[in-house]
Design a protein around this ligand. Structure first.
Ligand code: I3S
Length: 130
């Protein structure tokens, strides 16, 4: 939905299963469609997979081998905020990228979402300083 290009290699910072919905693409509002996604945070991107790659798959650098990301977004200049006002769900994060792609990430585990918030903030702040 965003780009078919593969993000350039960058180290994985965090990965896990989250609920995700896009809410805008290129500034145009989309209808919500919540669903599970295997999310990988690298040093510069957030990459979405339809499902968790097999545990046995050898990692090829940053990418789970044998699986293609469904989509990815460049986090440089992205805005990160609570998604509280945008959803009735609890523990929701809102991310808006420079090209105006927006999505929500959610977990029923508060500690899990907090950890994602910290990790995303660290990556975005690091990119801001570069
Ligand atoms: O922000 P909204 O429109 O209240 O979001 C809800 C709707 O998108 C709803 O879909 P339909 O209006 O297409 O039936 C979804 O099923 C809900 O999950 C959305 O709200 P939450 O609060 O779950 O983000």
């Amino acid at each position: 939905w965003l780009t078919n290009s593969t993000p350039y290699p960058s180290q994985e910072e965090r990965s896990g299963l989250l609920n995700m919905t896009k809410i805008a693409q290129g500034g145009r509002k989309l209808r919500k469609n919540w669903g599970p996604a295997w999310v990988v945070l690298t040093g510069n991107s957030l990459v979405f997979y339809r499902e968790r790659p097999p545990q046995s798959a050898p990692s090829q650098g940053w990418a789970p081998a044998g699986s293609r990301p469904e989509s990815s977004v460049d986090l440089r200049g992205a805005a990160l905020a609570s998604g509280r006002q945008l959803s009735s769900r609890r523990n929701v994060l809102h991310i808006r990228t420079v090209p105006g792609h927006e999505f929500l990430l959610q977990s029923d585990e508060e500690t899990e979402l907090r950890a994602w918030h910290r990790a995303l903030r660290a990556v975005i702040e690091r990119l801001d300083r570069e």
